[in-house]
Design a protein around this ligand. Structure first.
Ligand SMILES: Nc1ncnc2c1ncn2[C@@H]1O[C@H](COP(=O)(O)OP(=O)(O)OP(=O)(O)O)[C@@H](O)[C@H]1O
Length: 303
């Protein structure tokens, strides 16, 4: 288990993380979300031992994770970290990059393991391709496979699918997260993308103003967002009478005390997102059909 106790960290004099406490169990998937600059990447780097803490402790089981003041070489065998910039060897092939950290002592096993990892990241056809000729998304997948090569106990992923196109993203996500669960590898994923969280994360931690705003299951936080920041992660929302309603929680009705004027309709595939004016405030709701601009529409929240 990863146990973070009273962790605080500053770059020079600027505090980025203040008094964080959380745990990640073996095989558990934790997503870290927060606005740009809220400290997600910093948290992963600190957990990896890249920096020394101002105060607090990080333990993986009984081993304390320590920073450069205490370690000549950063990092521990049980933990891998895939940064947003991936540090690959450009002039050797994809399979050589992945195999780099595997033992040459059992060549057959090494080959099998490399082939298995190439399948997980859906890069088998590129095994013999030199890394320098790959696209950004393909390089990101090589970095993922390389981090998995030596079967870490915990992996830290910073926006792991950010460079990957939408065609590939869905199946790659399923493949990687399924692999981590099947092998009981704990993971902490910093992300902006709710698709990385919903359906995969066991827990979701929201960083705000240097602290953990909430840490709970995605289901709980979706149903009880408490703050606009958490709600905004899940989609368009409205605050009406101090309560948060997602766009799909407002329905068009014949008459109500929520009288709105339609201002814009956005085609979203199987629905339209409607932007409307409610007493000078903007509200968003979903509707199956397009509505007329300046049309008056009454809304009612689903209870
Ligand atoms: N090496 C550094 N030295 C000094 N300040 C830094 C350094 N790296 C990041 N920061 C600052 O720390 C804060 C947190 O940055 P961080 O990259 O951790 O945020 P983030 O939530 O990962 O952002 P994003 O979602 O944009 O990647 C920011 O204010 C950033 O400017």
């Amino acid at each position: 288990m990863l146990h973070v106790k009273n962790l605080s960290f500053s770059y020079n004099k600027t505090t980025v993380l203040k008094d964080l406490n959380f745990k990640v169990k073996r095989g558990e998937h934790l997503s870290v979300i927060g606005e740009s600059g809220s400290g997600k990447s910093t948290l992963l780097k600190v957990l990896y031992g890249e920096y020394d803490l101002d105060s607090g402790h990080i333990f993986w089981n009984d081993t304390e994770i320590l920073g450069p003041k205490f370690n000549l070489v950063i990092g521990y065998d049980f933990m891998k970290y895939v940064a947003q910039e991936f540090d690959l060897m450009p002039f050797i092939t994809v399979e050589e990059n992945i195999g780099k950290f595997l033992s040459n002592f059992y060549p057959e096993e090494k080959q099998q393991r490399t082939a298995e990892l190439l399948e997980v990241v859906e890069l088998s056809p590129f095994a013999k391709t030199k890394v320098k000729t790959l696209s950004g998304g393909q390089k990101q997948r090589v970095a993922l496979a390389r981090a998995l090569a030596k079967q870490p106990e915990i992996i830290l992923l910073d926006e792991p699918f950010s460079h990957i196109d939408n065609f590939k993203k869905q199946s790659l996500r399923r493949s990687v997260f399924k692999y981590l669960k099947a092998h009981h590898i704990s993971c902490i994923v910093a992300t902006h993308d709710k698709e990385d969280v919903l359906g995969y994360a066991d827990r979701m931690l929201v960083l705000n103003n240097k602290r953990i705003e909430v840490n709970n299951t995605p289901e709980y936080l979706y149903n009880n967002p408490k703050t606009p920041l958490t709600a905004s992660f899940f989609g368009e929302f409205n605050t009406i009478n101090n309560r948060i309603f997602y766009a799909d929680q407002l329905n068009v009705v014949d008459i109500s005390n929520l009288k709105t004027i339609v201002k814009h309709c956005y085609f979203k595939g199987n629905y339209y997102l409607i932007e409307a004016d409610l007493n000078g405030e903007t509200v968003f709701f979903k509707n199956n059909t397009i509505l007329g601009i300046d049309q008056i529409v009454y809304l009612s929240p689903t209870s």
